[in-house]
Design a protein around this ligand. Structure first.
Ligand SMILES: Cc1cc2nc3c(=O)[nH]c(=O)nc-3n(C[C@H](O)[C@H](O)[C@H](O)COP(=O)(O)OP(=O)(O)OC[C@H]3O[C@@H](n4cnc5c(N)ncnc54)[C@H](O)[C@@H]3O)c2cc1C
Length: 398
């Protein structure tokens, strides 16, 4: 049976008080999807490193894609509701949450923030129903943390741009219908955003090819390919006019960074719940392991970090809703939540002993997924440098 989080002991400071009845109903709907549809199948997809296409209609039916975007068939959720949804999905599985994060936050979020009215009408409604899948292609083989220095180029040629370069780690890019490609305009050397679409027959245009990265230890049920762009022709009408330079890319990344904090919270909640249940039932030395002082100490420390993460996430949502969330605020939250969730997942895995390394107990999947969360959308170290620049007024980057 699907239960409210409070009953599972992850709401120690009664954060539910801040949720509306609609927020709670939405969370229960998502939780029910996680328990009934996602958890029973996800380990198989994870182990085979395949994307769970069977979940797409069910995800679409939840009405959560597009999260905070208003209009264009999107749900117009509050920042808090969007955060709660991200935490619930990642409490189930990180790959599916990343799929939604790429779709809603990165791809649709970029179109919504930087696209023209006509472009939003053209792409967002079909993306909200998952009839079209999106991807966000920023990272390159030689430019990850310093993606500001990206080398992919765009050259105007009549009514088109010709794009050349390579991208790496691009979620959904081998199955996407709409791929946002960031490239440097040869005319003014500024970073611009171009939308590549599939041809009418479903094939990809000439000059766009992908090669799925294999052998990942986390987020195995979502595919991230390398992309090669060789004289890819994109109509000039597909350039997002709101992207004038890398500063505009940063605006998108700041807004999605808070989503990564909620994602970490979801992984930590799942791992903590699994650890508590195991501690109460696993017997050693003739007693439940939860009766041992060392185990209780670990659980108390896990709960204290989990509660601190919740406080940060809830406050960040309010600041974002008010338009007062700064980039460094989002960075502090991402850094803190990723560090603490990594630690909680690792402690929880340890508490399950040998059973903790088995996929069937789910905790190892959360632990390795957290390795990815701590890396993407800006690594832990990079987030700390963004906060460090805010503290000192001195940039460690230049
Ligand atoms: C599973 C997965 C999914 C992803 N999905 C996407 C996606 O959909 N779209 C997309 O565009 N990208 C995506 N990424 C890319 C991701 O954003 C990058 O991996 C991340 O930004 C780090 O870049 P990098 O891997 O090149 O590491 P690097 O930048 O090479 O960093 C290596 C190490 O050096 C450290 N480092 C770098 N610079 C400094 C510095 N100045 N000071 C101190 N330490 C430093 C880093 O913290 C890190 O520990 C994804 C990555 C993964 C793993």
């Amino acid at each position: 049976m699907t239960t409210e989080p409070a009953e599972q002991g992850t709401d120690f400071y009664l954060m539910d008080d801040f949720l509306t009845a609609e927020d709670r109903a939405l969370r229960l709907k998502v939780r029910s999807f996680v328990d009934k549809d996602l958890l029973p199948v996800i380990n198989g997809y994870w182990e085979r490193a395949e994307f769970p296409f069977e979940l797409i209609p069910k995800l679409a039916a939840l009405g959560i894609v597009g999260t905070t975007i208003t209009g264009y068939g999107c749900p117009g959720l509050s920042r808090l509701a969007a955060g709660i949804v991200a935490a619930e999905v990642s409490r189930g599985d990180g790959s599916v949450n990343t799929f939604l994060g790429v779709q809603s936050g990165l791809a649709m979020g970029t179109i919504n923030m930087l696209g023209s009215e006509e472009q939003k009408e053209r792409w967002l409604p079909a993306m909200a129903t998952l009839d079209k899948i999106g991807a966000f292609a920023l990272t390159e083989p030689d430019h990850g943390s310093d993606s500001v220095a990206l080398e992919t180029s765009a050259r105007r040629d009549g009514d088109s741009y010709i794009i050349n370069g390579r991208k790496r780690w691009i979620g959904n890019a081998s199955m996407a219908d709409v791929v946002i490609i960031f490239a440097r305009d040869e005319e003014d050397a500024k970073v611009k955003a171009f939308v590549m679409e599939r041809n009418g027959d479903g094939s990809y245009p000439d000059g766009y090819s992908t090669d799925v990265i294999t052998g990942k230890i986390g987020k195995r049920a979502i595919l991230q390919p390398d992309i090669t762009l060789e004289n890819l022709r994109v109509p000039a009408d597909n350039r997002l006019p709101g992207c004038h330079s890398f500063k505009d890319v940063t605006r998108v990344l700041t807004s999605t960074r808070s989503g990564a904090s909620w994602e970490s919270l979801g992984h930590a909640m799942a791992a903590y719940e699994i650890a508590v249940n195991y501690a109460k039932t696993r017997q050693q030395f003739g007693k439940p392991i939860g009766s041992f002082q060392l185990v209780q100490n670990k659980l108390a420390n896990m709960l204290s970090e989990l509660t601190a993460m919740q406080l940060i996430c809830f406050r960040l949502a309010v600041l974002a809703e008010d338009g007062r969330m700064s980039g460094p605020m989002a960075s502090l939250a991402k850094m803190h939540t990723a560090q603490k969730a990594r630690w909680i997942c690792s402690e929880a895995r340890d508490m399950l002993g040998g059973n903790g390394v088995l996929l069937e107990n789910h905790v190892a999947r959360h632990m390795t997924d957290m390795e990815v969360v701590s890396t993407y959308e800006g690594t832990d170290s990079i987030q700390s440098l963004l906060v460090g620049r805010e503290i000192t007024g001195l940039s460690a980057f230049s």
